[in-house]
Design a protein around this ligand. Structure first.
Ligand code: ZN
Length: 404
């Protein structure tokens, strides 16, 4: 048994803070959370004065198998799977070193995400818990077709869904609309599938108790995703041929559905703003503000791995994405909630992760300072535990000497 004691413990529930608190851990599991002294005696005590302990962060949308190259389709020398898997392992290590203890990988080829997920759980690689979607379901030549999940009609969609689940997918990803980075795909403001086709994906996932993430930029696709009752809508940009066109009535429909939206808010906002010009990127930020006001349940996810206009969105920029939520009007307590409890629930892990509660995984981080006051303090990590295992340079020995 191990006690981690800090100036403050945030449980992950909105605004809930225990001053001078402690967390008791038994192996991979949280036993108790409370004020100093509540845990009784333990073999090991880690004291972190001046620090805040909180649930490990959740990134609900990553692509560990993208390498932040401009065009993964037409690259001159595509990487072998062997090499790509090594790169994914390195991305996973970077991600967890930034405090992300759970990541939903929403698209990888050849089931490499499953190999990495299992290697991390077995201790062969260092990284967050991975919720793997494997091959995104898309039309022939559609958005991200090169990951191997092409399907044009209902029987084909059903087959790819079942094959993914047979291989061990934790959730399904479907490309409801077109997107960027795939020259042969429809533009992002055009649907790829209709409501009926999306329902097939949801049915197949539900039979195995899994969720569905629907990539949807287009208005019609956002509406279809709601009608099909997917678990999360990715991007939700309200794209038309002329850019972002926020639709308050449609946002109300999304809010009323209670479906989570992952607007893929990332840390390269300012660099994209330079690349695309302020109007487009600022419209996007305004739509996030408007969705918040409409009551849409937004969650944190960075789309790490992509590149656009030469701007690489790498796996170590997670906190930068949270700062963009602050720019969109979110308070720090709300940001921590959407980065922990809500994102974990959206990934289907509400019972095992996302908050510091007895019986849940010991996925937690400690930072110097108080992220309720300054969200940037989340960068000042002194401890990252994934199921009780300490990660990387933030080893327990280092922590005691550097903080004490
Ligand atoms: Zn993505």
């Amino acid at each position: 048994m191990r006690i981690i004691r800090a100036a403050q413990v945030l449980t992950g529930r909105p605004g809930e803070s225990i001053k001078d608190g402690e967390v008791l851990i038994d192996g991979a599991t949280i036993v108790s959370v409370g004020p100093r002294g509540s845990a009784g005696e333990a073999g090991e005590v880690l004291d972190l004065p001046g620090c805040t302990v909180l649930p490990g962060l959740v990134d609900a949308h990553v692509h560990l198998g993208f390498d932040a190259q401009v065009d993964p389709v037409t690259r001159r020398s595509p990487e072998s799977d062997h090499r790509l898997l090594l790169r994914m392992a390195e991305n996973a290590r970077k991600l967890v070193s930034a405090g992300v203890t759970t990541a939903r990988d929403l698209g990888a080829r050849n089931f490499l995400d499953l190999a990495l997920r299992d290697a991390i759980e077995e201790g062969l690689a260092v990284g967050p818990h991975i919720v793997a979607a494997t091959r995104p379901i898309t039309i022939t030549g559609g958005h991200c077709w090169y990951m191997g999940g092409e399907a044009d009609d209902e029987p084909a969609i059903r087959r790819v869904a079942r094959e993914n689940l047979r291989a061990g997918a934790d959730c399904l990803k479907v490309m409801a609309s077109g997107g960027l980075m795939t020259p042969s795909a429809p533009p992002s403001w055009e649907p790829q599938y209709d409501t009926r086709q999306l329902r097939v994906v949801v049915e197949e996932a539900a039979l195995r108790g899994k969720g569905v993430a629907a990539h949807a930029h287009a208005h019609a696709s956002i509406r279809s995703a709601v009608e099909a009752r997917v678990t999360t809508i990715e991007h939700c940009t309200f794209f038309t041929a002329s850019g972002h066109d926020y639709d308050p009535a449609l946002a109300d429909v999304v809010a009323a559905s209670g479906i989570y939206v992952c607007p893929t808010v990332h840390g390269v906002y300012w660099r994209l703003r330079d690349a695309y010009g302020p109007s487009m990127v600022d419209d996007w930020l305004r739509s996030i503000t408007s969705m918040r006001e409409a009551g849409v349940r937004l969650i944190a996810g960075t789309d790490a791995g992509f590149a656009s206009e030469g701007v690489a969105n790498r796996t170590d920029g997670y906190v930068g994405g949270l700062e963009v939520f602050a720019m969109a009007g979110y308070g720090n307590a709300e940001i921590i909630e959407l980065a922990t409890v809500l994102a974990a629930d959206a990934c289907g892990l509400g019972q095992v992760a996302g908050s510091l509660d007895p019986g849940k995984r010991a996925d937690l981080i400690a930072v110097r300072g108080d992220p309720l006051e300054r969200i940037a303090d989340l960068r000042d990590l002194v401890l990252v535990l994934v199921s009780g295992r300490s990660v990387g340079q933030t080893g327990v020995d280092t922590v005691t000497s550097s903080v004490g």
